[in-house]
Design a protein around this ligand. Structure first.
Ligand SMILES: [Zn+2]
Length: 448
């Protein structure tokens, strides 16, 4: 399991980098790749032996597990998609008997069956280690109070963040989402140094504190671990200034593990993807072929240590770039540049590709406008049409809302390149999320 010695955990002279698993986190890249190859072979062998879907696809592609001679051979392996999990609901992709599962998580599907994932005791152990590693990477120390506002339950966010903080030796406050007024009080009373939440909920907490006249910037809060939804750099700046913290981006997905697949270090220059447990690729989403390092494409992840649910070349739908350039923190694991869009979220508006985060970046930077918004997409005749509902900041004269709207239309047009309608509502007019924010209502889809 490779737990860190206590001396390594968050006790470092001021300024020196702290690691949770120093040796693994700073492994020279050649050694890291050798470890990946060994683990990839074992994973493919395991998937071939125990999961009928993987066996059938590997056989059809003519890939024998023992044929993998180098990491580049991964391009010959078939992809796995979210629909595969749905099609084999609930336990069809497990490589271990159901009796060996220590826990099950599931994500609620908006259509049809949920996506179910399972973990052995060993999987949970690795997950806790990787989350603890992510905390330390973000600057969290043993003994810190970690206020966990991720939802507890079938969603992986709550329990993932919880057990990682316990593994590190932090003091966890298992708050979950909701009861925002109480969140503010407990953050202050318990002296939380770390806040775990979706970025949109962190903003809701900041807003609640301001309404109550509580200055969280003066509290012990110093680090935010924010993930589970794409967010822009403009949103990061906004949250950092309103909470007086360093806002760290953390990435994960239940199909692969949950939170802690990748996490930013203090350099905030990309998220270190934990390559001893995962193999990351970036592909052209159209052709499925790998793109050169540094070029944008779809992130594809293969698990290297998962026992219950090995995933071969899982297509995340997340669009990003990676770099293996050395990082100032000393970690050798590649960095995934901040994911600001998902393929599924991309809107094609009159032929222009738009991610909601691009519009978010415009809204967050604008005077008089609060960073709460909803994009409504509909079809008018044969054309796609976007209405941006956004809130005015408290104290802004309602008589100026129309002017604000006109300015926002202009900014979106010049910075994003699409024409929208903008409706400015009074403060509080947009529903606050307590978990993953709903930023887009696409009326072109059935049931939206
Ligand atoms: Zn780093």
């Amino acid at each position: 399991m490779g737990a860190a010695t206590m001396a390594e955990v968050g006790i470092s002279p001021a300024g020196a980098p702290a690691y949770f698993q120093r040796e693994l986190e700073t492994l020279p890249r050649a050694a890291l790749r050798a470890l990946q190859l060994e683990r990839l072979r074992a994973t493919v062998r395991d998937a071939h032996r125990h999961v009928p879907l993987h066996r059938a696809r590997l056989d059809a592609a003519g890939c024998a597990p023992d044929d993998i001679a180098c990491l580049d051979d991964i391009v010959h392996l078939p992809f796995t998609q979210k629909s595969d999990l749905r099609d084999h609901y609930p336990f069809g992709l497990l490589a271990r008997p159901r009796e060996e599962l220590a826990r099950i998580h599931a994500s609620s599907g908006t259509t049809g069956k949920p996506t179910v994932v399972g973990y052995t005791r060993g999987d949970l152990d690795n997950w806790a280690d990787l989350m603890a590693r992510s905390y330390v990477t973000a600057g969290v120390l043993r003994g810190d109070v970690v206020h966990n506002a991720y939802g507890y339950g079938l969603f992986t966010g709550g329990l993932g963040a919880h057990y990682g903080a316990e593994r590190l030796g932090a003091t966890v406050v298992p708050m979950s989402g909701g009861a925002t007024e109480r969140q503010v009080a407990l953050i202050v009373d318990f002296g939380a140094r770390v806040l775990c939440a979706t970025p949109s909920y962190a903003l809701a907490i900041a807003e609640m504190a301001e309404q109550q006249g509580v200055d969280l910037r003066a509290s012990a809060l110093a680090i935010g671990m924010f993930g589970a939804e794409p967010w822009s750099d403009a949103m990061r700046t906004e949250i950092e200034s309103r909470l007086g913290i360093k806002a760290i981006d953390i990435y994960g997905l239940s199909e692969i593990m949950g939170p802690g697949v990748a996490c930013e270090c203090g350099c905030q220059a990309g998220l270190h993807g934990w390559e001893d447990h995962f193999l990351f690729e970036v592909i052209d989403p159209e052709t499925g072929r790998p793109v050169p390092e540094g070029q944008a494409g779809e992130l594809v992840i293969t698990t290297l240590t998962k026992e219950a649910l090995p995933m071969l070349r899982y297509r995340t739908r997340d669009i990003t770039r990676v770099t293996t350039a050395p990082c100032d923190c000393g970690r050798t694991h590649l960095r995934i540049l901040r994911i600001t869009g998902r393929n599924d979220d991309m809107l094609i508006i009159r032929g222009v590709n738009v991610y909601p985060s691009q519009i978010e970046a415009v809204l967050v930077g604008q005077a008089g406008i609060a960073p709460h918004y909803l994009l409504i997409v509909e079809r008018r005749g044969i054309l796609d049409h976007v209405t941006v509902e956004v809130e005015a900041q408290p104290g802004v004269d309602p008589a100026t809302y129309d002017d604000l709207a006109r300015q926002t239309v202009h900014h979106i047009k010049s910075l994003v390149g699409i024409t929208t309608d903008v409706v400015v509502t009074q403060p509080g007019g947009i529903a606050r999320s307590q978990g993953k924010a709903v930023r887009v209502r696409d009326l072109r889809k059935k049931g939206a």
